[in-house]
Design a protein around this ligand. Structure first.
Ligand SMILES: NC(=O)c1ccc[n+]([C@@H]2O[C@H](COP(=O)([O-])OP(=O)(O)OC[C@H]3O[C@@H](n4cnc5c(N)ncnc54)[C@H](OP(=O)(O)O)[C@@H]3O)[C@@H](O)[C@H]2O)c1
Length: 392
């Protein structure tokens, strides 16, 4: 039995994680939950799954606290959940840089991190990956790691990275030539900058393939999501940026690919349902039955591929620049993006203004080598303040 803490349990990934648990109650047990504002929903989940620790990011008035459920508030309480002795695996499905501390503390506590919160790696990959390597080492020494393949301390939930993870099993790192990260292209694929000028939040929230939380949906439409994923892939798979390519695959049937030194390419295909990569992150090294329709190749039709348009969708190019420059620049870039996306969703900033804001903050950031979580939180704070001043 794996005992899990689900952080961000009321969100898109969080609720789908709970669906996976419903399907496998003999293998997974939810012991702790964290959410932001939806207190009633989180408490109903605690009742259903018998979790006795709940942390809420925002203060809330709890009228009817269920018996035996310990409720705490604030960012510290959310991060503290991961250290509970009854937690074996943490599913980090928080949104944004707010997930950094939880990722860091999970691995510091020697636990397995099933990671949806890509922003943690974008912001703090330099701090998180050495911790993951240390946990892998301990899992091997304790006989907890599978006989073959990765030791499994950091399991990606992002479908692209879950795909690459699986393509790499049994392969030598030195024989990997290139990672191909696939992109749906978002709802505005093929449009010009002029056609994007008056995009509204409602239009940008209508993603063609995935039903996701609002922040990642906007990021998918600007291609910032793909930029964040390139940085995530760089850290997770220890791959230089010039050997990570993005290719638009509008059907989203291919979740990503790995090219090897002999020219062979492994692609990972599957139904577009996030419960599959979530479940794999929890079942590894096993595979369990999935609560989804299998891919039907006879109905799939054609597979198309195209280059991403980084002139129109500047955010992908900016994220790559931030990743290549490294240090604290990805942290500043990510914070600026979070502020600009929130402003756009609130009707206070324009769609094209998102990339402009990110570029302005990156341009005025004094890049430092990454040293600590505290330093990154300070850079994050500075970048948010600077971004607010450049929202248009
Ligand atoms: N959705 C997908 O299909 C998908 C796919 C791949 C990767 N991801 C990644 O997974 C992460 C989550 O995405 P999502 O789409 O699931 O987002 P979402 O639907 O917006 O859910 C976010 C969750 O985080 C909680 N939360 C937000 N701020 C918090 C805080 N300060 N403290 C505690 N909890 C907080 C929210 O709680 P309340 O709602 O209660 O406020 C909610 O439960 C993101 O990093 C995203 O990039 C998502």
């Amino acid at each position: 039995m794996k005992r899990i803490a689900v952080l961000g349990s009321t969100g898109s990934i969080g609720t789908q994680t709970l669906d996976v648990v419903r399907r496998h109650p003999d293998k997974l047990q939810v012991v702790a939950l964290a959410a932001g504002r939806r207190a009633d929903e989180a408490l109903a989940q605690a009742l259903e799954f018998g979790a006795n620790a709940v942390a809420l990011g925002a203060e809330a008035r709890i009228e009817d606290a269920p018996d035996g459920v310990d409720i705490a508030f604030g960012a510290e309480a959310v991060a503290a959940l991961v250290g509970l002795p009854e937690v074996d695996v943490v599913v980090n499905a928080l949104v944004g840089a707010a997930g950094l501390r939880a990722s860091y503390e999970t691995l510091r506590a020697g636990k397995v991190l099933a990671l949806a919160n890509k922003e943690s790696l974008v912001v703090g990959g330099e701090l998180i990956m050495p911790l993951a390597a240390a946990v892998d080492e301990r899992r091997r020494a304790a006989g907890l790691a599978p006989a073959h393949g990765p030791a499994g301390a950091l399991m990606p939930i992002d479908s692209e990275h879950g795909a690459i993870y699986q393509c790499l099993i049994g392969e030598e790192h030195r024989e990997v030539e290139r990672l191909w990260v696939t992109a749906s292209g978002g709802p505005f694929r093929g449009r010009t900058r002029d056609e994007l000028r008056d995009i509204t939040p409602a239009q940008a929230l209508a993603h063609p393939t995935w039903n996701m939380g609002p922040k990642i949906t906007i990021d998918s439409s600007t291609l910032m999501n793909k930029g964040l994923e390139v940085i995530e892939a760089h850290h997770l798979f220890d791959m230089p940026y010039d050997r990570i390519s993005v290719v638009v695959q509008p059907q989203s049937a291919i979740h990503s690919m790995v090219e090897f030194s002999d020219g062979s390419v492994k692609a990972h295909l599957g139904t577009t349902d996030m419960r599959i990569p979530i479940q794999y992150a929890l079942s590894y090294p096993e595979r369990w039955d999935a609560p989804v329709e299998p891919l039907d190749f006879t109905k799939l039709g054609s597979l198309d591929f195209a280059e991403p348009d980084t002139e129109t969708f500047r955010c992908l190019a900016l994220a790559r620049i931030a990743g290549e420059r490294g240090g604290t620049l990805p942290c500043a870039m990510n914070a600026a993006n979070e502020v600009a996306v929130a402003a756009f969703l609130a009707g206070e900033g324009s769609y094209l203004g998102i990339a402009e804001c990110v570029e302005a903050v990156m341009g005025s950031h004094d890049v430092q080598p990454v040293e600590s979580v505290e330093q990154l939180l300070e850079v994050d704070r500075w970048a948010r303040e600077t971004a607010c001043a450049s929202i248009r």
